[in-house]
Design a protein around this ligand. Structure first.
Ligand SMILES: C[S@@+](CC[C@H](N)C(=O)[O-])C[C@H]1O[C@@H](n2cnc3c(N)ncnc32)[C@H](O)[C@@H]1O
Length: 223
């Protein structure tokens, strides 16, 4: 028996994933007036991401069910006690990671989100899942909120906020990632600089594309 597969978390995640599926049309409508070029530019911008995510403030934008299960398994097998997450949204990924911490015997998850209404929804979901005590939600731009006050050692990093910032967020956390730490980057194809960095021969990581949209990397030392 695990926290992930039992009540209250399992039915809560079922409901949240069903709601995320049902929100797809509304999510598309929120950006329907943007041309493909403008969307691509906003996705890859290091400065204009707030416009894009402001439009999407009611959208869950969640990881897939499979990626959620993967996160739980990685955090369990790494015996993770400290986790950092970039991009909380409604907290669906956070719930998987916090469940792993609980089943590992406890720990601390720092997650970051700049949309206040999403912070409130994530907090409510984490409370409903019985996991809020394990989670610190830092409200504001992660470039600032993850720039200080991190634990000395970090076992797992999830990158799932503005794609263009993946290299910058990694650099804030990197010196604390222990050898063997996992870095999971969702939708990493939208962050080509990040992929180049992680896949370079002397990067200090082993890195592999996984599934359709995840880059899974492991810290092996200093590049
Ligand atoms: C793809 S969603 C995260 C989904 C979440 N990980 C899940 O699976 O449930 C990305 C979120 O990151 C937030 N975000 C994007 N850039 C950010 C930044 N620079 N600082 C803080 N939050 C950011 C957006 O508001 C959005 O809610």
């Amino acid at each position: 028996m695990t926290t992930l597969t039992t009540t209250p978390l399992a039915p809560l995640l079922d409901r949240l994933f069903d709601e995320a599926d049902a929100a797809a049309a509304e999510t598309e409508a929120a950006v329907a007036d943007l041309s493909d070029d403008v969307r691509a530019r906003l996705m890859r911008s290091k400065t204009d991401y707030r416009d894009l995510y402001g439009r999407l403030k009611n959208a869950p934008l969640a990881i897939s069910r499979e990626t959620g299960t993967l996160l739980y398994m990685l955090a369990r097998s790494a015996h993770a006690q400290t986790i950092v997450e970039f991009g909380t949204s409604f907290g669906i990924s956070t719930l998987h990671l916090a469940a792993a911490l609980k089943d590992n015997g406890g720990g601390h998850l720092i997650t970051s989100e700049f949309e206040p209404s999403k912070v409130a929804r994530a907090r409510a979901n984490l409370s409903a899942g019985g996991l809020i005590e394990l989670v610190e939600i830092r409200e504001g731009d992660a470039l600032q909120t993850l720039n200080a006050g991190l634990p000395d050692t970090i076992d797992l990093l999830l990158l799932d906020g503005a794609k263009a910032l993946y290299p910058e967020i990694l650099s804030l956390v990197e010196s604390r990632l222990r050898p063997g730490a996992f870095i999971v980057a969702d939708n990493a194809d939208d962050s080509p600089d990040y992929l180049t960095l992680m896949r370079a021969p002397a990067s200090g990581y082993i890195s592999v594309p996984f599934g359709e949209d995840v880059e899974l990397s492991m810290r092996i030392g200093h590049g």
